[in-house]
Design a protein around this ligand. Structure first.
Ligand SMILES: Cc1cc2nc3c(=O)[nH]c(=O)nc-3n(C[C@H](O)[C@H](O)[C@H](O)COP(=O)(O)OP(=O)(O)OC[C@H]3O[C@@H](n4cnc5c(N)ncnc54)[C@H](O)[C@@H]3O)c2cc1C
Length: 383
């Protein structure tokens, strides 16, 4: 509802994503959700439109754009299907470590393929015993001659089975605690690497989530990202960049929920008039739009400040993620309520938006963990 002063390039990007959404996603999103099916069609359309190159520097064949543009693309993809936007955004989560910390050879080898959409990426930190407590990972990487040998299991990894490369955080020296992990680029055909079971999920069902199993998996030593011991630094910095993307997913989902339920409320006649005429209903919509626009303003502001070179933005990106995803949960729940039984039926899309929104409060760090980050940064800011 608020007018945003988008740049020309932002407007072109939004229009392009909407066109892809209308043509390749909207007609099939409910069917993918029902069948829990990943469909490569929209991913190919995004690749053909060069949208996997969005954040890849121009010298490596990308567009060299920023977090703000990444957010706009993810927001409008999520408007059509957050399962598809999860596949897309998780690939950036896997690309960021190479963009931010990769050496020249790694960038030359991988980034042009990522930019063209020929290599889909994944980011693997979580393990069965290490969720919020990422430092509790056990996957190990031991240097043997020219290879690191990886052993362990990663859990709930987005794009498992469809990614071409996986950024894997593994312990190179378990005695060194937070400085004992390193980040590796694992290719899908590396010996000893197997994709495990596909999870059945509440939402985001067009996106694949699997285990990854490393059984004496041999990775050439030149696939170490940065130096040994910097794995958690790579992971945390990557998440700082990517978290605005989760906030942007929330915006797209909430926008769709608001529009669908509002249209319904204006047409649904009860007691001889549209239910929108009842103040209990219209005030709920007023609350929805206030929450959505404040979340949008926060996500855009944080993304822009990262792009303009802000140095320390962990707290800000945590705020954008936590606030926007909490609003999306609230808005999608209210959207169902405003539609009554129609909102609850699987023939209508609002229940999908509600289920999709739930995951955003959990992945890329739960919202409780985001509040821990915000509180920590706040205490540093006001000494
Ligand atoms: C669909 C999906 C896709 C995912 N994709 C990926 C991926 O691509 N790559 C990847 O590495 N991981 C991925 N994850 C994992 C995700 O990042 C973790 O689920 C998340 O970090 C939380 O960990 P957990 O689920 O083990 O919850 P737990 O850590 O067990 O937390 C349980 C509860 O305790 C709370 N809690 C825990 N510790 C604290 C604390 N210190 N303070 C306050 N509250 C606390 C949590 O907030 C939560 O409410 C994915 C998860 C899902 C559901």
């Amino acid at each position: 509802m608020l007018g945003y002063a988008f740049t020309e390039r932002e407007k072109i990007l939004i229009d392009l994503v909407k066109k892809i959404g209308e043509e390749y996603i909207q007609p099939r999103a409910l069917e993918w959700d029902e069948r829990e099916a990943y469909d490569p069609l929209p991913i190919k359309a995004l690749a053909d439109a060069d949208l996997f190159g969005l954040i890849v520097p121009e010298e490596y064949g990308g567009l060299g754009w920023g977090v703000k543009e990444m957010c706009l693309a993810v927001e409008w993809l999520s408007y059509f299907c957050a399962g598809v936007s999860t596949t897309y955004a998780a690939s950036f989560l896997g690309a960021y470590p190479i963009i931010l910390f990769g050496n020249k050879a790694q960038k030359e080898r991988y980034l042009p393929l990522i930019a063209k959409g020929r290599y889909l990426c994944a980011f693997a930190l979580t393990e069965p015993q290490a969720g919020s407590d990422a430092f509790a990972i056990k996957t190990s990487a031991k240097l043997q001659g020219d290879y690191y040998v990886l052993n362990g299991v990663k859990q709930w990894i987005t794009n498992g089975g469809i990614a071409d490369i996986y950024i894997v955080i593994a312990l190179t020296d378990p005695t060194k605690g937070s400085r004992g992990a390193s980040a590796f680029i694992v290719e899908k055909d590396d010996p000893g690497f197997v994709v495990g079971k596909k999870e059945k999920k509440l939402g985001l069902r067009a996106s694949l989530t699997t285990d990854l199993i490393f059984n004496d998996c041999k990775v050439p030593k030149d696939r170490l990202i940065g130096k040994e011991g910097t794995g958690f630094l790579v992971a945390l910095k990557t998440l700082d960049y990517a978290r605005c993307g989760a906030g942007a997913q929330a915006l797209g989902i909430a926008q769709a929920a608001l529009e669908i339920s509002l249209r319904h409320a204006k047409r649904r006649i009860q007691f001889g008039q549209p239910v929108y005429n009842f103040q209990a209903v219209s005030h709920t919509f007023a609350e929805m739009i206030m929450r959505l626009e404040s979340a949008r303003a926060l996500v855009y502001q944080v993304a822009s400040s990262i792009d303009s070179g802000a140095k320390d933005f962990s707290g800000a990106s945590a705020m954008a993620k936590c606030y926007a995803t909490d609003q999306a949960m609230w808005i999608t729940e209210r959207a169902i309520q405003m539609m009554g039984g129609y909102g609850y039926m699987r023939d209508y899309p609002v229940q999908k938006l509600f289920r999709d929104a739930k995951c955003l409060q959990i992945y890329e760090g739960t919202n409780e963990i985001q509040k821990n980050i915000i509180a920590r940064e706040l205490a540093k800011f006001y000494k």
